[in-house]
Structures are given as C-alpha cells and as structure tokens.
Design a binder for this molecule. Structure first.
Ligand SMILES: Nc1nc2c(ncn2[C@@H]2O[C@H](COP(=O)(O)OP(=O)(O)OP(=O)(O)O)[C@@H](O)[C@H]2O)c(=O)[nH]1
Ligand SMILES: [Mg+2]
Length: 176
C-alpha cells in the first residue's frame, strides 16, 4: 500500500478560560486531562486509509492567545480551531472578532468554531440560533462539544481530519 506521511498544524484560539487546553487534551488523549498544562505544542499521530492509500498524520496542536502577535503562526497553520464557551457570551463575541482577523489575512487554513462545555448546556448563554448566525456570517462550520464528557469530539476530529485530507490529496493531484 502507498504510504504517505503528513504533518498538519492546528492552531487553537479562544478567550481566556474558554476551554482550549481541555479540548486539546480530549482530542489527543480522549481524557479530561489537566487544564493546567503549560502551553506548548502537543502531538497526536494517527493513520487514515482512503482509496488504497494510507496516510500517517502528525497533528500538532498549538494553543495560542487570540490573534495579535501570533498572526504568522496562525495563518500558516493547516487548521484554526476557535474555541468559545457556551456559558460565556463574551467568548462568542471574541470568536466572532477572531474570524474577522482571520478573514483579513486571507488565510487558506480550515477554520472551525468549537463551542465547548456542552455538558453545561442548561447554563448556556447562547445556542444554535446565535451559532447559526455566526456560522453564516463568518462562513465557518461549528461543533458543539464537551471536553468533560467527550460529546461531539469524535465528529469534530472526523471533520477536521477528513477535510484536511481532502485538501491535501487535491493539492497532491494538482502537483502530480
Ligand atoms: N464543565 C466543563 N468544564 C470545562 C470544559 N472544558 C473546560 N472546562 C473548564 O473550564 C476551565 C478552563 O478550561 P481550560 O481548558 O484551562 O481553558 P483555556 O482556554 O485553556 O484557559 P486559558 O489557557 O487559561 O486561557 C477549567 O476549569 C476547565 O475544567 C467542559 O467541556 N465542560
Ligand atoms: Mg489553556
């Protein structure tokens, strides 16, 4: 079987305390993890098979402060996950302005809105109406997830990796 290796950089942005570290832990270890882990690059390796081709993927997760000063790093990543906290309306406004910055830089990255803390939905400060609005306006897909219970995380991972794989394979074909 044809084996290809790729590395994808995933920037994780979002307001203070939105749940960035927790969702990274959940995506990498499928556990709640410790939210107090120092900011650093964290790696997850996975193998995807598609059409007789095997792709070994290194996902590099990078937790960053919103926008400012990190533009080069952020715009150069394959995907940007903007995390908002369902119990904090301010975190959604902050995500909205982050999307505007991303657009301004004309980034080619895949951009997702990750609305987290779904396990606390009874305290939600916004819901699908607001998310649908932002999703339309900023042209991003959104996911409802919980780092605590793991709800929605496999759908997020699946969309992230299959979208990046599509991009990667179509680019490879163009260059072939
Ligand atoms: N109930 C619940 N709490 C969560 C969830 N995700 C994160 N938290 C809590 O929210 C707080 C902040 O989570 P972090 O993952 O540290 O958030 P962060 O965005 O990395 O925070 P900073 O790096 O300080 O900006 C912690 O107390 C977490 O335990 C979730 O899905 N559900
Ligand atoms: Mg953090």
């Amino acid at each position: 079987m044809d084996v290809t290796r790729v590395t994808w950089k995933i920037s994780v942005l979002g307001a203070l305390g939105a749940g960035k570290s927790s969702i990274i832990s959940r995506m990498i270890y499928d556990s709640e993890g410790s939210a107090s882990q120092p900011r650093s690059i964290q790696k997850k390796t996975l193998s995807i098979s598609r059409g007789g081709r095997k792709v070994m993927v290194d996902l590099l997760f990078l937790e960053l402060d919103d926008g400012k000063n990190n533009e080069k790093l952020i715009m150069g990543s394959n995907a940007i996950l903007v995390v908002s906290d369902l119990t904090d309306a301010g975190s959604l406004r902050s995500a909205d302005s982050t999307f505007k910055i991303i657009k301004k830089f004309n980034s080619k990255s895949l951009v997702f809105l990750v609305a987290t803390k779904l396990d606390r939905k009874y305290e939600a400060a916004y819901w699908t109406r607001e998310l649908d609005e932002i999703s339309k306006r900023d042209d991003v897909r959104y996911f409802l997830v919980s780092a605590k219970t793991g709800d929605g995380v496999s759908e997020l991972m699946e969309s992230l990796t299959s979208n990046l794989l599509d991009k990667f394979l179509s680019k490879k074909e163009k260059n072939a």
